[in-house]
Design a protein around this ligand. Structure first.
Ligand code: AMP
Length: 397
């Protein structure tokens, strides 16, 4: 895939439309304040590079799920304030992302200045990838830069449509890093290549398992989905999570011996109830009884998984091993996080993607010991599924 990055283009004096993913969590009640500014801070390298090179930067993003009309609780105004603090200079503001307000403020920008547009999703045409709206977004723009990896799996106007109306287009550093890491893992992984897939349901991960089966050497399965596999093997799973309609699929995955080796946990931590304080014990997966719920992988599985992980040279992890939100059932997930950190120290390339595994990694305090933590949950999953991301294809020359 051939695309340019901001290092390949001249931006001095140019009006650069910078699409970021500034979709940060805000408090539910007014005054709406940011509760986690990770995404804003992650956007700084590209923004600061454009400022330093004398671009006139027009920052655009979506926030939340407004229904195609302005709503105060989805305003990017608090994000503008925080971003201005972080870059140490004022940011001009446009109350709309198209039309007169943009034209007026863009006209006043000097080289190195920054303008932020109000939420793109205040117009329903954004998510519809409406061509006329895309053209309006591009009206005062010389260069398009996409650094919103988390939104690149959506064919929206500011991601895809706009690229038809701007001649020069390029990726920012965040997007480039994602494509470099995820792309190298899938196209030319150092082997052994191990994928770890967990989370609640097989249904959400079936495509990624099938895609990685063709690329990885081993796939370690954990999380709630493992019980559907045990059901397929004819085992008793008690009250554990089960997707009845996926049992046949799970059976065929187990029986298919082509591609990566599928490794399932050998033991599990079961609980009487789905709560942190519930009575619990560790059992072999063949000995789950009625009245018990599988909540985490057990110590034998942790050791086996750890051994595989420590021998790997490329590791991709998506989805927690257990109900990690409950401290009593977080051991499996935390141990996998530790194994990834140790593998990284041994020289492996480690990639963690997906909202919940990233949250678990943050909880473990090991995020900075991993080669690459993906910023886009849905986007990284689709990338690993082998799907083409519209936002990435749109940058192609
Ligand atoms: P996903 O979004 O599919 O990656 O699923 C993440 C969720 O899976 C987390 O909220 C975990 O609590 C949940 N999960 C992991 N293991 C289990 C389990 N054994 N039973 C029920 N939920 C689980």
């Amino acid at each position: 895939m051939k695309y340019k990055t901001i290092d390949d283009i001249d931006v001095k004096g140019k009006r650069v439309f910078l699409r970021l993913d500034l979709n940060v969590p805000l408090t539910a009640e007014a005054p709406f304040t940011i509760t986690d500014d990770t995404r804003i801070r992650a956007s700084l390298p590209t923004l600061l590079a454009l400022i330093a090179r004398g671009a006139k930067v027009i920052v655009a993003s979506h926030l939340g799920r407004p229904k195609g009309a302005p709503e105060e609780k989805f305003s990017l105004a608090p994000v503008r304030t925080r971003l201005a603090e972080l870059i140490g200079k004022p940011i001009a503001w446009s109350t709309d992302c198209i039309g007169k307000p943009v034209e007026v403020t863009v006209g006043k920008l000097k080289d190195g200045d920054v303008l932020m547009l109000e939420n793109l999703r205040f117009h329903k045409e954004e998510e519809k990838n409406d061509p006329a709206f895309s053209e309006q977004l591009a009206a005062f723009v010389d260069v398009y830069v996409d650094d919103a990896f988390g939104a690149s799996h959506r064919a929206h106007a500011s991601i895809e449509g706009i690229t038809h109306f701007v001649k020069v287009k390029a990726a920012g550093y965040l997007l480039r890093n994602e494509l470099d890491y995820l792309g190298a893992a899938l196209d030319s992984p150092k082997r052994p290549f191990v994928a770890i897939i967990g989370g609640a349901k097989i249904s959400g991960k079936i495509d990624v398992i099938e895609s990685l089966r063709k690329k990885a050497d081993t796939i370690l399965i954990g999380g709630g989905m493992m019980f559907t596999f045990y059901k397929a093997k004819g085992l008793e799973i008690g009250g554990s999570l089960l997707e009845d309609d996926k049992v046949v699929m799970a059976k065929s995955l187990i029986e298919d011996k082509t591609g990566a080796n599928l490794m399932l946990p050998t033991d599990t931590v079961v609980a009487r109830e789905f709560k942190n304080e519930a009575e619990k014990k560790t059992v072999a997966v063949e000995h789950i009884q009625q009245g018990w719920i599988g909540m985490d992988i057990g110590p034998d599985s942790i050791e086996q998984f750890r051994n595989v992980i420590l021998k790997a040279r490329t590791i991709v992890w998506n989805g927690p091993m257990g109900v990690f939100e409950m401290p009593n059932f977080a051991q499996g997930t935390m141990a996998i996080a530790q194994a990834l950190a140790d593998a990284t120290a041994l020289g492996a390339t480690t990639i963690v993607g997906g909202g919940d595994s990233v949250a678990a990694l943050e909880q473990s305090g090991l995020a900075d010991k991993i080669s690459h933590v993906s910023t886009g949950g849905g986007a990284s999953l689709e990338f690993l599924e082998g799907k083409e991301l519209p936002g990435v294809s749109a940058l192609e020359y």
